[in-house]
Design a protein around this ligand. Structure first.
Ligand code: ADP
Ligand code: MG
Length: 367
């Protein structure tokens, strides 16, 4: 078993606490991504699993063993960093097999493992090359291969793609997604600040912010049902629009937004500490209202015609401009007044007092 169980994990540097009690269970064979802004504690938590940082309080277990006091080399983990640090004078094959050589494996055993990992990473044709004869993406794959040959139970990645240019990042991300399929029993924990990487790779995403977990869920759970404003803004691009609103009625749920009354789905209830709330609507969920009742109206301050879609920035007279991802064929122009609407099942509501999602659907299945 190679599940990872984190209980009440805290980390302090001198008197500054940077992780404030993390509880998380990562299942054996699961691909979990830690995502969050720079400095939120992603690397620290990963390094605590790896044994590269001490755990100030709480426990971390791999399988049934609490590893707080187990040396990194004895934890059955392998880690891939942003800086792939290959030995420049060694071939790809020797770089990948070096750790095994140190561990005393025979040349034939090393060759078998290196060839298998190279095949998995499409590196078979490059085994006799030197690192400088490879692209950045291939070098990073060698670094991953060097970790695979050790046959770890838990694979840890810390922003492995962030030194690559955009095209290589996409290609290498696809390699990592393939790798996950070829190593189904291996638990993988992957750190990134890039929400696209998180959405495309993860079975489950852990959103961290300021040393705390904001939400844990599958990519679509986080996208469809963000638990709070932080997650709502962090997942999805362009980011969710957030507009001040007030509760007019809790059940049926009805909001007032800039003079307009918005009826939320009939099975929903809105429960907040006061009446001040924030309405959230994703740019891709907005459309031109046509003959429907508009949700929000404003003046177009900028239009980007991207072909497939048109992005409109709409000044609604308060706060940030609204961003709407409209049909590519939309002929709207700057300065025009437009009326936008959205499917009311796609609307999000957050408590203005604490940022938590506060729209509760009354599911028919409760009956
Ligand atoms: P992330 O990987 O999410 O960008 P880190 O885990 O690297 O964030 O850092 C979390 C916090 O801990 C940051 O505030 C950072 O400055 C602090 N930190 C990280 N390493 C050290 C260290 N060795 N000494 C003191 N503070 C540190
Ligand atoms: Mg980091």
């Amino acid at each position: 078993m190679s599940d990872v169980t984190i209980k009440g994990a805290r980390k302090s540097y001198a008197s500054m606490e940077v992780l404030h009690g993390i509880d998380l269970h990562i299942k054996s064979g699961e691909f979990v991504v830690f995502v969050g802004p720079s400095g939120c504690g992603k690397s620290t938590l990963l390094r605590m699993i790896a044994g590269l940082e001490e755990i100030s309080d709480g426990t971390i277990a791999i399988g049934d063993t609490v590893v707080n006091n187990v040396a990194p080399a004895k934890r059955g983990i392998a880690m891939v960093f942003q800086n792939y640090a290959l030995y420049p004078h060694m071939t790809v094959s020797d770089n990948m097999g070096f750790g095994l050589k140190i561990a005393g494996l025979s040349k034939s055993e090393r060759d078998i493992r290196v060839r298998k990992a190279a095949a998995m990473l499409q590196l078979t044709d490059y085994l006799e090359r030197l690192p400088r004869q490879l692209s950045g993406g291939q070098r990073q794959r060698v670094a991953i291969g060097r970790a695979i040959v050790r046959d770890p139970k838990v694979f840890l990645f810390d922003e492995p793609l962030s030194n690559l240019d955009a095209a290589l990042r996409v290609a290498t991300r696809i390699e990592i997604a393939r790798l996950k399929e070829s190593l189904p029993g291996t638990t993988m924990v992957y750190v990134t600040h890039d929400q696209v990487e998180a959405m495309t790779l993860a079975d489950r995403i852990v959103v961290l912010n300021g040393g705390r977990i904001e939400q844990v869920g599958s990519p679509l759970e986080l996208y469809d049902r963000p638990a709070n404003l932080f997650v709502a803004r962090f997942i999805g691009s362009p980011a969710m629009n957030i507009v001040d609103a007030e509760i007019l009625s809790q059940q049926p749920a009805r909001l007032g937004v800039r003079g307009t009354t918005i009826d939320l789905p009939p099975d929903a209830e809105v429960r907040a500490q006061g009446t001040a709330v924030k309405l959230g609507v994703r740019p891709e969920d907005l459309r031109l209202a046509g003959s429907d009742v508009p949700l929000l109206s404003g003046t177009v301050s900028l239009v980007e015609h991207l072909g497939e879609v048109t992005i409109a920035y709409v000044d609604i007279g308060a706060g940030e401009p609204l961003v709407a991802k409209l049909d590519g064929a939309s002929k709207i122009v700057r300065g025009e007044t437009i009326h936008l609407t959205a499917d009311r099942y796609k609307l999000h509501v957050f408590d203005a007092a604490n940022g938590s999602a506060c729209l509760t659907a009354r599911l028919a299945s409760a009956a």
